[in-house]
Write a new protein. Structure first.
Length: 131
């Protein structure tokens, strides 16, 4: 039954949300740079206090055979795939990143439901990938 509900939700989901790189950068600067650094390489001022060093966010694609790992990134940010280094789900900022009201495309082309802030953050992260 749960699988059917998910299929129905995806079938009636809105088209993929517009991505705003500038808004994504603003979100990154406010919520992520403290740990991942202003250059997104994992050298933020809070990074020494984390159990697991922050990921170099500019190398997400290169570490995944040249494909941006959309599903993995969405699930890390929204808490479906929590990280030990945060002590809890990634969004330690309350419910800012919560929601499944917009769709974006996974690397497979399939829709993945998430929130608009995450869609914008994805756009920014995709824009800073090293070749």
């Amino acid at each position: 039954m749960r699988k059917l509900s998910l299929i129905m939700a995806l079938a009636f989901a809105a088209p993929a949300a517009a991505q705003d790189v500038a808004q994504g950068k603003a979100i990154y600067d406010f919520y992520c740079a403290t740990c991942h650094g202003t250059s997104a390489i994992g050298n933020g001022p809070m990074s020494p206090s984390l159990v697991v060093p922050p990921t170099d966010l500019t190398a997400l694609s290169s570490g995944n055979a040249g494909v941006f790992p959309t599903v993995r990134v969405v699930m890390r940010i929204d808490g479906r795939d929590p990280l030990v280094s945060h002590g809890s789900a990634m969004p330690v900022y309350g419910d800012f990143f919560e929601g499944t009201d917009v769709a974006t495309k996974a690397e497979t082309g399939q829709p993945i439901m998430t929130s608009q802030p995450i869609v914008d953050l994805l756009a920014f992260l995709k824009s800073i990938q090293e070749e």
